[in-house]
Design a protein around this ligand. Structure first.
Ligand SMILES: [Zn+2]
Ligand SMILES: [Zn+2]
Length: 213
């Protein structure tokens, strides 16, 4: 398994290219901008792109989809509760003075407990609302794509439209119940581990009840 990180766009969002190195099948997670650069990376890795998986549909996570879909006809996976954000991405970009191409409609709907496969690898979908209503964390093989729920030393914003702080706290409890050695690939900033965040993240102190294991 190979995970490549690409930090894209004005929000410095992390797009991840996940490759099954046995089969060379790959997925892009949260292609937030620079679709052409991401396609080039897929090509340079000699990978076959199977799909686009989205942790959530804020504009900084979906802005690269339209450019990718023009070249690669791969399905987009999204939790249905984030469809309003997804459909609003172009307007959301305009609020920030950005020109964002509206992404074409998602083909596949995610639900808590779903299994996602790429090559011989399989990952579990955990619905983690709070930062966004349809936010999911995708985890397996000792890693988790945490989107904007959990960052190194911080947590997702809940002052946005459709955000909910109490829901995020519940979601963080579930995320922090993953094995402590799990590598967390965050939507912004450096990667971390569940254990490091339980030990050091000031935002988890008090708001989240952690059972260490
Ligand atoms: Zn977000
Ligand atoms: Zn973000």
């Amino acid at each position: 398994m190979i995970v490549q990180t690409f930090t894209v766009g004005p929000f410095q969002e992390n797009t991840y290219l996940l490759i099954d190195d046995d089969s060379h099948h790959a997925v892009l997670i949260d292609p937030g901008d620079d679709g052409n650069r991401l396609l080039l990376a897929v090509e340079q890795a000699s990978a076959n792109l199977d799909a686009i998986w989205l942790t959530h549909a804020h504009v900084d996570h979906v802005g690269g989809i339209a450019a990718i879909k023009r070249v690669a006809d791969v399905p987009v996976y999204l939790h249905p509760l984030d469809r309003p954000l997804y459909d609003n991405a172009k307007r959301h970009g305009e609020v920030f003075g950005l020109r964002v191409e509206a992404p074409p409609p998602p083909e596949k709907l995610l639900a808590d407990g779903d299994t996602l496969r790429v090559g011989s690898l399989s990952f579990a979908v955990m619905h983690t609302p709070g930062h966004a209503p349809g936010h999911v964390v995708i985890h397996g093989h000792g890693i988790a794509f945490a989107g904007d729920c959990l960052f190194s030393g911080s947590i997702g914003r809940t002052d946005l439209p459709l955000s909910d702080g109490a829901e995020l706290a519940r979601s963080l409890e579930r995320i922090c119940a993953l094995p402590i050695e799990t590598i967390v690939y965050a939507g912004h900033g450096p990667s971390t581990t569940i254990g490091d965040e339980i030990d050091n993240n000031p935002f988890l102190n008090g708001t989240v009840r952690i059972s260490r294991r």
